[in-house]
Design a protein around this ligand. Structure first.
Ligand code: ZN
Length: 244
């Protein structure tokens, strides 16, 4: 089976629609999402409706939980808090109900899925090798997928040395998951923070046990206009332009 793994869509309909076109062309059989359907972006309803229609698996992210009231927004930055409050006001009841039913982690066959990390599925940012090493110990499967940091990357524990190595992943780079312990982040569909403004996702082949990082061009200006038209902070529109 070929699975497209998406994360951190953040109400960016323009990015999600472009990725869904790309996913169809790549021949993926299923879509899994690691959470944060909403927050920051101007189209929460459109994104949740596409998720309800297309995603076989969907986790809850911290921004989804902030909108449903599952967690408080005290720890959010100003832009994140403003957009969480705005999303809460505008989102349709049936889409809010869908978000309320989501959980921040799950296990699917040979794979463990976490919005943030195996140790703390809601909040922990896994960006260092030291932390990734602890997370690999806590993971429920040999291979896990995480989102939350909005950075396309992989951590792998080397067999020979037992050391955990991490690296950013360029589009087209692959991982052979047949052996060793892995933690993979597809990057963010709707708000990349690794300097590449294109929407990020990952294609997993469960038979070959191979993963490939992908990037999709989308209408960034359209997403920026929608954020401004909604009256959300300008900074949320600006950052989409440089992928930070
Ligand atoms: Zn996020």
């Amino acid at each position: 089976m070929r699975v497209a793994i998406l994360s951190d869509i953040h109400g960016n309909r323009h990015a999600l629609e472009a990725v869904l076109d790309d996913v169809r062309e790549a021949g993926a059989d299923e879509l899994w999402c690691l959470g944060d359907l909403v927050g920051y972006g101007a189209d929460p309803d459109a994104c949740v409706e596409l998720a309800r229609e297309r995603f076989a698996i969907c986790l809850a992210g911290n921004h989804d939980l902030a909108v449903t009231g599952g967690i408080g927004i005290e720890e959010f930055s100003r832009g994140a808090a403003v957009s969480a409050r705005w999303t809460r006001e505008v989102i349709r009841a049936e889409n809010l109900a869908y978000l309320e039913a989501l959980r921040p982690s799950g296990v699917e066959g040979a794979y463990a899925l976490y919005h943030a990390s195996p140790r703390d599925a809601v909040w922990e940012y896994v960006l260092s090798e030291q932390l990734a090493d602890l997370c690999l110990d806590a993971a429920e499967r040999r291979v896990s997928f995480i989102g939350h940091s909005h950075v396309a990357l992989a951590f792998v524990r080397e067999n020979e040395t037992g050391r955990t190595i991490g690296a950013l992943r360029e589009p087209g780079s692959t991982a052979d998951l047949r052996e060793r312990h892995w933690m993979l982040n597809p990057g963010s569909v709707g708000q990349p923070r690794d300097g590449d403004p294109r929407a990020a996702w990952l294609l997993l082949d469960t038979e070959a046990e191979q993963a490939e990082w992908r990037r999709t061009r989308y209408d960034v200006a359209g997403a920026q206009d929608a954020i401004r038209a909604a009256g959300l902070p300008d900074s949320l529109a600006d950052r989409l332009g440089y992928g930070q």
